[in-house]
Ligand binder design. Structure first.
Ligand code: OAD
Length: 259
């Protein structure tokens, strides 16, 4: 019997899960963390992305996030984000689980998303426990403050912090019951996200990796494709990666930096 193509497998799947990492945004001009020009090659995570760093120097931490917000606001989703948004429309049941905080999946039109590491277009007041969207670029003053007077923080997960319970629960539930799982542009080194593909496979999912280079996951995947996600995903998904997206937001509304 002929082996089904990936297109056929995805088409027949009752549930598809896509897990993405920084590599999916690389072709939009957003640096990854661990690649040749990766952010963690130039910056120390413990000085910028930990609760201790924020307590020590909130302005420095905010300057780093402000730099990333300005960079991302000026970039657009790429063909990989768009193919994933189209797949959501075509698939019977679908969930996108992302480690990215850049909001580009949402801007490409993806709606069924779990953001494991938060989103840098939201701010959180630690004193009140409130979370609000904030698309202002540049921020008028750093570090920003809540109306209550407390320092606001980016609504992202820092090293040493737990992931949002609801987000990780939804991700586990989806990977445990999916037929096909696509893992795109992640080094598969940071837990607990890195364990999701193995959990999916242990529960019977057909595991497909798309990455520029081999990762610890490559040997376990049923298919491992090496190359750029923006080129490979549209090829691999074919018509499943093309659909009118109901509500894409190429611009960050009201954000003059977003062209
Ligand atoms: P990494 O920077 O660790 O890995 C990015 C992966 O994308 C690498 O394996 C690259 O080979 C691959 N890649 C680069 N360009 C690509 C392209 N055009 N197409 C396909 N693949 C490409 O990023 P993540 O795995 O997302 O966490 O890192 C996970 C977490 O570590 C991040 O969410 C962040 C970071 O520290 C926190 O900040 C909590």
């Amino acid at each position: 019997m002929r082996t089904p193509t990936l297109h056929e497998r995805v088409q027949a799947a009752k549930r598809v899960v896509v897990l993405t990492g920084a590599g999916v945004s690389a072709e939009s001009g957003i640096p990854t963390f661990r690649g040749a020009d990766g952010l963690w090659r130039r910056h120390r995570a413990e000085e910028l992305a930990t609760p201790e760093a924020f307590a020590r120097d909130p302005r420095l931490v905010w300057e780093w996030y402000e730099w990333r917000r300005q960079l991302i606001a000026a970039r657009r989703p790429n063909a990989a984000h768009e193919a994933i948004a189209a797949l959501e429309v075509r698939a019977q049941d679908f969930l996108l689980v992302t480690q990215n905080v850049d909001g580009l999946h949402r801007r490409a039109g993806s709606r069924r998303i779990v953001e494991l590491h938060g989103n840098l277009w939201r701010v959180r007041c630690p004193a009140e426990g409130t979370v609000t969207e904030n698309l202002e670029v540049p921020l008028p003053s750093l570090p920003p403050r809540c109306a209550c007077g407390a320092l606001l923080r980016p609504d992202v997960v820092w090293f040493g912090e737990a992931l949002p319970t609801d987000a990780i629960r939804r991700a586990y539930d989806a990977v445990e019951s999916c037929d096909v799982m696509l893992v795109v542009g992640t080094s598969a080194l940071v837990q607990p996200a890195a364990s999701l593909p193995m959990i999916g496979k242990a529960h019977g999912a057909y595991l497909v990796e798309v990455n520029l280079e081999p990762t610890p996951l490559s040997g376990f995947a049923d298919e491992s494709h090496q190359g750029k996600a923006g080129e490979l995903l549209p090829q691999l998904l074919g018509t499943l990666g093309t659909a009118p997206i109901p509500n894409p937001q190429p611009l960050i509304p009201g954000n003059p930096w977003s062209t």
